[in-house]
Design a protein around this ligand. Structure first.
Ligand code: 3EB
Length: 310
């Protein structure tokens, strides 16, 4: 096991237990079923700790998780945590960050200076990316959503030799070019990453970032969950469709039906039944789809959806 992430009603970790890192996210307060996301490998695993992070690696993949304790200054602490992560990938030799998840308690709360927690998080993250000279080509796919406690919990996957291609969405402004009205520093993430590994067995993976009802850089259909959900699904369809992937030299021909693992973040608990109906019609009956009632990083976004093709 490379790592385990619990989606439950309490925050815990990171710890290294039974030889692998483990992080528990406070993502349920609704009595919904807790579940554990497990990252596995067939190769031998080495685990350890570095500056508060817990990690394991197998020669090709690194799984790492960390937590930024609740603080009045998420700029400094986010920068420090991300720099520790960059230091680790360099030390261990896993330079390609593929996919990052960030779960942020009180994500829309505003501090004394009038900035919300997400804005401060983005500033700290951007500072770390700038110091590491992460070009647009190297920015990973990501999710950044609310949680019910535990400061900022984050986990990521990095790899050593697989080729990682960053995918953008023609319907959306790249997030790293959002204008300043969405935050002092733009969010540092790609809309998706496509990973192709060579030997011994050729395998490709697609990671779709948290996707919302945003066209260009603007939230559309404020207050309308049905149209926000439809727009979000359309955004993902275009992102992973053959016309878009082909621009990056990727021969895959993907639709929503190909996503095998999906998370749906819903701001208002009462919207979950409708969102569930729409998503179960859109995704394959064989896909694992989890619905989580958490806040989203813009006040006017009601739903965010991410997925993987593995
Ligand atoms: C958006 O498209 C919605 O800051 O890492 C989605 C995925 C969003 C990742 C992040 C933010 C992030 O801007 C929000």
């Amino acid at each position: 096991m490379l790592g385990a992430v619990g989606y439950s009603d309490r925050a815990g970790g990171p710890v290294v237990r039974d030889g692998h890192p483990s992080l528990t996210l406070s993502m349920r307060d609704d009595g919904g079923p807790a579940f554990t996301e497990v990252w596995r490998t067939t190769a031998d695993v080495t685990s350890g700790r570095h500056k508060g992070l817990a990690y394991a690696h197998d020669g090709e993949y690194l799984f790492c998780c960390g937590r930024i304790e609740e603080t009045a200054d998420y700029v400094t602490s986010t920068e420090a945590a991300y720099l520790a992560a960059f230091e680790l990938i360099e030390l261990l030799g896993y330079p390609n960050v593929v996919r990052v998840w960030n779960m942020v308690n009180e994500i829309n709360d505003v501090d004394d200076g009038g900035h919300n927690v997400y804005t401060q998080f983005c500033r700290g993250r951007a500072a770390a990316f700038e110091q590491r000279q992460m070009s647009e080509r190297l920015i990973p796919a990501a999710t950044c959503v609310g949680s019910h406690g535990g400061g900022v919990a984050f986990y990521f996957i990095a790899c050593r030799s697989a080729r990682v291609t960053n995918i953008e969405n023609p319907r959306q402004t790249p997030a790293y070019r959002y204008p300043p009205r969405y935050g002092i520093k733009s969010p540092s993430f790609a809309r998706a990453t496509y990973l192709s590994s060579g030997s011994p067995v050729r395998s490709d993976y697609l990671f779709v970032s948290g996707t919302a009802s945003i066209l260009g850089c603007e939230t559309v259909y404020k207050g309308d969950i049905e149209r926000q959900c439809a727009t979000t699904l359309d955004n993902i369809s275009v992102l992973i469709g053959p016309g878009n992937l082909a621009k990056y030299g990727i021969g895959a021909d993907l639709t929503l039906q190909d996503l095998d693992s999906v998370k749906v973040y819903v701001k208002r608990d009462a919207d979950i039944p409708l969102v569930r109906r729409m998503c179960s019609g859109a995704f394959s009956g064989d896909a694992e789809v989890a619905y989580l009632n958490v806040d989203i990083c813009r006040d006017d976004l009601l739903v965010e959806i991410e997925g993987m093709v593995t």
